[in-house]
Design a protein. Sequence first.
Length: 344
Amino acid sequence: MTRPTIDLRSDTVTQPCAAMRAAMVQAPVGDDVYGDDPSVNRLQALAAELFGFEAALFAPSGTQTNLIALLTHCGRGDEYIVGQQAHTYKYEGGGAAVLGSIQPQPLAHQADGSLALEDIAAAIKPDDFHFARSRLLALENTIGGRVLSADYLRAATDLAHQRGLATHLDGARICNAAVQQGISLKDAAQGFDSVSVCLSKGLGAPVGSLLCGSRSFIGQALRWRKMLGGGMRQAGILAAAGLYALEHNVQRLAEDHANALFLAQGLAAIPGLALQMPQTNIVYVDLPSQCFPALVTALHESGILAGVSAHMRLVTHKDVSRQDMAYVIEVFTAVLGQTDLLAA
Ligand SMILES: *Cc1c(COP(=O)(O)O)cnc(C)c1O
């Protein structure tokens, strides 16, 4: 019997389950560009309620909801403060600069993934025609699988608001953060003027993200979504998957976190392997380059998908099980445990 592939590259690889697919097949639909799609409208209303905002907007991707948020908050010549490793800054093709003429002001992260309050304060520019206008603070939670504390988020968003900046949260994995902390989604979004949420990661939907904000913010966001080509027609088929995800797949993220911890503990037992215990569903393993070839071969032969690198990322999700994690630990232990591959 051949073992099915264990895909730990990302939680974006999750497949829609049978019940989600059934919900998609049965979804009532309409033309969402006319605002006529009952399933999209229901998803947007549910998201607004769950995350504690007046309104929400469904879009094809998290890259697009983040870009729409930046374009809505900032104009040409405005600046947004963001982490060096933040998705909006580093992994979205520079969209804010390319399409919005928005200047990023990236800041180095602290070890916990946060941006130091002093650094944020120092980066906010005075109102002077030499400078870009500091308009927005954008944070990300979870960031590299780490959860930013509620106290930190309150202090950072208070600071931004006191200095006249708006706040945006890239909450691609905000549900992981909320579940890990045992708080409501609304509490996890507290302090932010807008939040972007991915449905297509650990929540298991095939496509889609939501942008939440005030009614007037979402009203402006609608124009940017149209301009970016994100206005979809009978999108209720996709929204139905998102509804299913928000209704059934939020609390189960705790299983992914438990599996990540189980995996990390198993790997930590390998002498010489360096890793930190994960807070959510992302495990990072630090590897010396001399073990790359043997590990690449072993993973390939074992049907385990993950990118081998010096700071290797392994992501758990609903389509990998506790037994799968035990097998991954076995494979790593066999390769890295038996030789001096990990010796410096
Ligand atoms: C995945 C992700 C996004 C958006 O990704 P899409 O693939 O465009 O949906 C944004 N921010 C973070 C932190 C992400 O992990």
